[in-house]
Design a binder for this molecule. Sequence first.
Ligand SMILES: Nc1ncnc2c1ncn2[C@@H]1O[C@H](COP(=O)(O)OP(=O)(O)OP(=O)(O)O)[C@@H](O)[C@H]1O
Ligand SMILES: CC(C)(CO)[C@@H](O)C(=O)[O-]
Ligand code: BAL
Length: 282
Amino acid sequence: MRTVHSLKELRTILRGYRQQGKTIGLVPTMGNLHEGHTSLVRKAAEASDIVVTSIFVNPMQFGAGEDLDTYPRTLMDDQRKLAEAGNTLVFAPNAEEVYPEGLANQTKVVVPEVSEGHCGASRPGHFEGVATVVTMLFNMVQPDIAVFGEKDFQQLAVIRKLTRDLMIPVEIIGAPTVREEDGLAKSSRNGYLTEDERAVAPTVFQTLKETADQLVQGRNDFGTLEQAARQSLTNAGLRPDYFNIVNSLTLKPASGQDQEITLLVAAFLGTTRLIDNLSVKR
Ligand SMILES: Nc1ncnc2c1ncn2[C@@H]1O[C@H](COP(=O)(O)OP(=O)(O)OP(=O)(O)O)[C@@H](O)[C@H]1O
Ligand SMILES: CC(C)(CO)[C@@H](O)C(=O)[O-]
Ligand code: BAL
């Protein structure tokens, strides 16, 4: 498995693969990889001949006061995990390679509607940063397929929409959330949790499951259920950012007629912000 840092080298290698008639899969990440990421790589390897994993902590998607500087950078460890998962090529550019003219001067991709609300409301500019860098990665790698985790449910919806709207010829594949045994969604940011916080963290998924059970039983009083879920999180020592029951496609507030409903949650444990979601069919 090779690692390249420059776009020029990436393009030269990929040209060679394309000339051999190989299909290319892309897995965009910010590194500090865990089994959630390697499951995406395995999925990409099933769907394409060559798998490119990008590792780039994208400054454009971090807000002021967020963890851009402290976000864990663990390239050597990541390379070992990727090789084991069947990855072909790692693309690990630095910020100057991706944004040679700096962030202020960068053309941006703005995705309306699905990027509004939820994480979009709590992290202004976040999805502009994600949409822009993902569009750039699509142009850099020109993959046939790209795999993203359902753990970042709103992000996946944003990427599906930008791909459709900008007619980018790539198939977007969603991959299920990989969890710890106690239900906590695997995430690089779990590493920030103290031992005490880690013991409380599974409450996020438990609250999702308890609320989903109520929905499956036919409850339509979504506001009451959201309020009760926020209270459960608070009682466990979390600080809920949002707990929203939405239509799975539009991410707008769910209605009683919706057959596919998604519960979206973000909550702080100390300074760590955890997100998760669960979808139900009715
Ligand atoms: N537990 C998981 N299961 C499946 N996919 C995941 C999981 N965690 C992350 N991913 C996916 O991996 C890709 C890269 O995500 P990222 O590098 O931000 O990882 P992360 O662990 O979610 O980090 P963070 O804690 O910063 O959100 C995204 O498509 C994301 O949805
Ligand atoms: C898709 C992504 C790699 C873009 O920076 C990031 O938002 C992530 O890791 O989910
Ligand atoms: N996993 C989404 C990337 C972020 O939180 O910035």
